[in-house]
Write a new protein. Structure first.
Length: 56
């Protein structure tokens, strides 16, 4: 979160659309979290599929 605030402050200081920057940074952070969760679920799914194939 400190990096996001630093970027927003830099945009405020440089008078470059800070609201758009804030929304973009927060959106990126949330999407990164969702991507990690989805990847972990995929790994679990593929791991379970591999385990079932070995038992057959």
């Amino acid at each position: 979160m400190p990096r996001i605030l630093r970027r927003v402050w830099g945009n405020l200081w440089g008078r470059r659309q800070p609201l758009i920057s804030l929304v973009g940074n927060l959106s990126y952070r949330k999407n990164l979290q969702l991507s990690c969760e989805a990847y972990a679920a995929l790994k679990r799914h593929l791991g379970n599929r591999h385990d079932r194939a070995e038992k057959s």
